[in-house]
Design a protein around this ligand. Sequence first.
Ligand SMILES: [Zn+2]
Ligand SMILES: [Zn+2]
Length: 365
Amino acid sequence: MGVPTRMDVWTLGSPGELRRAQKPVPSPGRGEVLVRIEAVAICATDLEIIANGPPALINGRLPFEQDFTPGHEYMGAVAALGPGVDEYAVGDRVAVEIHAGCGQCRRCRSGMYTSCLNYGRNYGDVDKGHRANGFTTDGGFAQYAVNHVNTLVRVPDAMGDEEATLAVTAGTSMYGLTELGGLVAGESVVVIGPGPIGLLAVGVAKALGASPVVLVGTRENRLDIGSRLGADVVLNGREVDAVARIRELTGVGADYVLDCAGTEASINDAIHMCSRGGRICLAAFPHGRTNVDLEHAVVNNMYLYGIRGEGKSAVRRAMALMAARRFDASLIHTHTFDMDDLPEAIRYARDRVDDAIKVVVRPRH
Ligand SMILES: [Zn+2]
Ligand SMILES: [Zn+2]
């Protein structure tokens, strides 16, 4: 396929303002490929970056008015190879992880590249090789993007473009379970918050053999999708005392709790649902300081894990479950727009218009 020299992109202007623009098509460096983007899912973190800035970091500053292109949950086809790449061929369908760590710091060396100690140190005279497309480097609301081969995951032929964009979300869920200890077969997992990460955490936990898998939320339509993704029990926190129900169901509290809501109430619920010696993954970004019952956590020897993104090749591992149809990730994809209509697509995702969960945009080529 021919690669043009210029491409259509969206860039971030002032807070909340996306602009249509053109940029040169980037060229892949050593160990990198050029991806011709076919589909991009909109993430809550994109909404956060576009409106407020963090966690994006461009030139060490807020990402506004710097010609920065957000978007990080994309897939497409390899369009060109950088020097030294023989792992992929032009035309291969790929989905992407966000973070290419520097590869040389202690965190990267242990597989924790989403916690790279050189995060964002890739501008001006400093180039540590770190990339987080859509966070510290140009992302996917464009026709093309450059990705390190370490961030690529093959997309099976039978999988549609929209579903493939969900691999990074499923990978984040997988990373949460990995950090909790990974082998959850026969152990109880509670997921609080049926957003995209929570819903796919249900699918991943079930595929890994967790039993029972319990989903706690407040919106019936989302709890219903959770059931279809494999939840054994769904609890509507508006109707039942979820903490009491989980203590009843498990006798002693849950082995693992994934908080995918990030509120003070949900984190306290997680602590009170967890068994003595159990493990809690905080998979959502809480805002500001949170008043939590640490006394209960410590007295009961609980472990708290904060996670950031999708380390330890979790996207590849989640994609293996998706490829084997162990759960149907496409259940959370609700809308598709042309990328020309990105602001409208963002409105659907932000305001949950028409019960939107995952909204995907597709560039024209
Ligand atoms: Zn995301
Ligand atoms: Zn690093």
